[in-house]
Design a protein around this ligand. Structure first.
Ligand code: SAH
Length: 265
């Protein structure tokens, strides 16, 4: 079955994954699995953990050894979220990143909304000592901060997973109670564009802006950051990305022709 049609047959929770990046204490992976299972979540992804799950992890997972045992392992965050439409990075440090910052409740509402529409969603958690790197946060569409005591704002990793899982649970229950719009014949869209498709689009956009000399000597980074925010906020589907890439391809072709003309004049 294609991704486009299968999503209506599985619950939104099945499209939400919890991603732990570079976890240092094996026990935290077990506690995180337990936190997830109590809230009805089961998809755990481990990105380059310092140690593989061990006896301590399984002891702390208690009855959630299935979640831990079935966890996928990846080498990089990019790989762990390549098929995701929405990637939310949880950070203990408020307002230190150039990303939109969400409260857990708003993050959960957005995550469940996307998952109910068929998109894959990731909530990403960082290392115990250093959190997520700036490069890792760049891969996220928004940051999530639990508004803890500003003088002591860093929760234990599994405790942070618990807070976000609880908010996801509330949002999922609320949605269930309201009745799934799609099931009642709501408007169907093309499948949401994946993270990898959006990155392909951004790469072509950057090339095109160069080709049409958009930056005129200014540093391209700031414009690209703003454009990324704009297009990520729009929640594009696959067809919309294809249309935009078609426009870029034409602009690139015209820029090339104009260059050739100038060259031969
Ligand atoms: N010393 C690290 C804290 C890491 S705590 C730092 O300063 O970044 C491990 C992870 O738990 C964090 O990367 C984050 O994903 C999550 N976390 C801890 N406290 C949080 C909070 N207040 N809001 C959101 N996520 C939090």
């Amino acid at each position: 079955m294609s991704a486009a049609s299968s999503y209506l047959n599985s619950p939104p929770a099945a499209r939400i994954r919890i991603v732990l990046v570079g976890t240092q204490h094996p026990g935290n992976m077990g506690s995180a699995a337990r936190a997830m299972k109590t809230m009805g979540l089961s998809r755990l992804v481990l990105v380059a953990p310092e140690k593989a799950p061990n006896l301590e992890s399984y002891a702390l997972a208690a009855g959630a050894d299935d979640v831990l045992g079935e966890a996928a392992t990846c080498q990089t965050l990019a790989e762990a979220v390549a098929d995701c439409r929405l990637v939310l990075g949880c950070t203990a440090r408020s307002r230190r990143v150039a990303l939109e910052e969400l409260l857990p409740r708003d993050a959960a509402a957005r995550a469940v909304g996307e998952a109910a529409g068929g998109a894959e969603v990731a909530l990403v958690f960082g290392r115990e000592r250093t959190g997520l790197s700036n490069d890792e946060l760049q891969l996220c569409h928004a940051a999530v901060h639990i508004p803890a005591n500003p003088e002591y704002s860093s929760l234990n990793l599994a405790a942070a997973v618990q807070v976000l899982s609880y908010e996801l649970r509330l949002a999922l229950l609320e949605r269930e109670a309201a009745g799934d719009e799609a099931a009642q014949g709501g408007e169907r869209r093309d499948p949401p564009a994946s993270h990898a498709q959006m990155e392909g689009f951004f790469a072509q956009l950057a090339e095109t802006l160069d080709a049409i000399d958009f930056h005129k000597g200014r540093a391209p980074d700031s414009a690209m950051r703003k454009l990324r925010r704009l297009y990520l906020r729009a929640g594009l589907d696959e067809r919309e990305v294809r249309i935009l890439r078609g426009i870029l391809a034409d602009a690139q072709r015209m820029a090339m022709l104009a260059g050739e003309k100038r060259g031969s004049a």
